[in-house]
Design a protein around this ligand. Structure first.
Ligand code: DIG
Ligand code: MN
Ligand code: MN
Length: 401
């Protein structure tokens, strides 16, 4: 029997806002009691999680007194020390308070923009209090419903100004943060600026210090945009910018469901885990997901266990995929010719390429046995990719194979 027990070395992390989500939604009141951040830390530690992340307001409520802030910080430190749970990432809530109703960094009001930058500075100080190394920026309110309201170039200019200021400041403070920008196409705004991983990658290169600014792509967000999330993550990885990742479940064409990792598109989840593990991704596997509103307090921790267990099952399936002789035989047939006939430019290479003769008919008719895959004895690998243990005859068939 495989061991799907999460351990800190797996680097699974959860936001306080995930396991602490009280079940409120736009159409309904909370279905669960609020969870004390220190209790979340202890329970996540007991489940084998590596870390916990927070928005500033998740830990220290907006407007809390300095005495309350000190008490909370002391209690949180104790829980972290007792459990060994780390704080790899922190971020700022620039989306709940009404002041940000028309944006924080991209508000048309310069005082609101300045207040948002100040709040982010204080959030960075709080994150550094607990050793956070990555600072995420998700612009939940950085968008519009009325494009007549502002020149679309201004929000980009204002967002850049905020990030360049905050990066220069945190460098001067010696915080050593890496910034991870998180795209989303819409919700809660009608449209959100810098909507996808590709938009963010291009935007990063316009910043004063792009070197320590990368991506925090989220499974649900690029999926909402109708994109192949694995391809998005691969491009961030190719650019050396996959600083963090938000894992969850999502049906295409729906609002941001933030479902348990593996609850929906397990095939894409499989290829995502395969991409991360095959390429040595070594940053946190962050579950930015919520238990269903129907879950009671106990079921929330089953949700947390399910996120981590799914990842470990898919990680094992990816290893089996890579070791399966029949699957690798098909891949060899498809991709066996690994040479490059173009390569780095040279005059000789160009002359040779111009003179080369190609057998277009043969190249056109080369077999691409994608369909044969499903009929191979390994085809049940798609079945056994499902993050569940097979029962009865299916289990025996898998064991005997
Ligand atoms: C939403 O997907 C956002 C917020 O939860 C948070 O700012 C960020 C970090 O995971 N994801
Ligand atoms: Mn989301
Ligand atoms: Mn997220």
């Amino acid at each position: 029997m495989s061991d799907y027990t999460p351990r800190p070395e797996h680097k699974f992390t959860f936001g306080l806002w995930t396991v602490g989500n009280p079940g409120r939604d736009p159409f309904g009141e909370p279905t669960r009691e609020a969870v004390n951040p220190a209790d979340s830390v202890r329970k996540l530690g007991a489940l084998g999680a590596y870390g916990v992340n927070f928005h500033d307001d998740d830990l220290v409520p907006f407007g809390a007194s300095s005495q309350e802030r000190e008490r909370i910080i002391k209690e949180f430190h104790s829980a972290l020390d007792e459990s060994g749970v780390k704080v790899p990432m922190a971020t700022t809530n620039l989306f709940t308070q009404p002041i940000f109703k028309d944006g924080g960094f991209t508000s048309s009001d310069p005082k609101v923009r300045a207040f948002a930058v100040q709040k982010a500075m204080r959030g960075m100080e709080l994150g550094k209090e607990f050793g956070a190394e990555t600072y995420v920026f998700w612009g939940g309110r950085e968008g519009s419903e009325v494009d007549a309201s502002k020149n679309p170039l201004d929000p980009l200019k204002w967002f850049r100004e905020a990030l360049d200021f905050l990066n220069a400041w945190q460098m001067e403070q010696g915080f050593g943060y890496r910034f991870a920008l998180e795209p989303k196409p819409n919700e809660p705004r009608g449209d959100i600026y810098l909507a996808t991983t590709g938009n963010m990658l291009a935007f990063i290169e316009t910043l004063a210090h792009p070197e320590n600014v990368g991506l925090n792509p989220e499974f649900a967000h690029d999926t909402m945009a109708g994109l192949n999330f694995v391809h998005q993550v691969a491009q961030a990885m190719d650019a050396g910018k996959l600083f963090h990742i938000d894992l969850n479940g999502q049906k295409p064409g729906r609002f941001d469901q933030d479902l348990r990792f593996g609850q929906e598109d397990q095939k894409t989840n499989f290829f995502l885990v395969k991409l991360l593990e095959d390429n040595g991704y070594d940053n946190p596997r962050h579950f930015d997901a919520h238990a269903l509103r129907t879950s009671n307090a106990g079921d929330v921790w089953e949700f947390a266990k399910g996120c981590m267990r799914t990842y470990l099952i898919l990680k094992e399936k990816a290893q089996r995929f890579n070791e399966d002789a029949e699957i690798q035989g098909i891949i060899q047939e498809l991709n066996g010719d690994t040479q490059s006939l173009v390569g780095a430019y040279s005059k000789e290479g160009a002359d040779k390429l111009m003179a080369q003769k190609f057998d277009v008919a043969a190249l056109t008719n080369r077999p691409l046995p994608y369909e044969s895959w499903i009929n191979s004895s390994s085809s049940c690998c798609w079945a056994c990719v499902r993050p569940v243990n097979h029962r009865g005859t299916e289990a025996r068939r898998h064991r005997e194979r």
